[in-house]
Write a protein that binds this ligand. Structure first.
Ligand code: 5GP
Length: 122
């Protein structure tokens, strides 16, 4: 899938749309989702144009990958989730339930979370 430059997160990166920012640097931007599924629910996106987890894992440079995941660590510390625990999720593609086609990680925490997936395998 080619990268859609009009997706919501690309527009947030270009500051065409607002977000409730947590922090950012050259490699990532972290902000709160508009539909929280936990007491704390943040999204972390790379600054580069990657459609999904596979695109990022395969095509991002070492600097982009390291910078991004160091950013995830920074966000969990800013949100004070690193001591009590959190869930780190990335939905990928149609079967993964990805809605926004710019790679992102969800960080959920602030309380005990339920089971990892709501639907069991039939
Ligand atoms: P996905 O389903 O792609 O893994 O997750 C997309 C996430 O982006 C969801 O948490 C959704 O609520 C969030 N989201 C969608 N549109 C916007 C928006 O305009 N602003 C913010 N802050 N989050 C959004």
């Amino acid at each position: 899938m080619s990268y859609d430059t009009t997706n919501i997160f690309a527009r947030i990166l270009r500051e065409e749309l607002p977000c409730k920012k947590i922090c950012e640097d050259a490699n990532f931007l972290a902000f709160y989702t508009i539909t929280p599924l936990a007491p704390v629910h943040a999204l972390i996106i790379p600054k580069g144009a990657f459609t999904d987890a596979h695109d990022f894992n395969k095509n991002a440079s070492e600097e982009e990958i390291v910078g991004f995941y160091k950013g995830v660590a920074k966000v969990t510390e800013i949100l004070d989730l690193h001591k009590t625990g959190f869930r780190q999720i990335s939905n990928c593609g149609i079967n993964g339930g990805q809605e926004v086609p710019h790679y992102h990680i969800h960080i959920l925490g602030g309380g005990k979370l339920g089971s990892m997936v709501s639907k069991s395998i039939d």
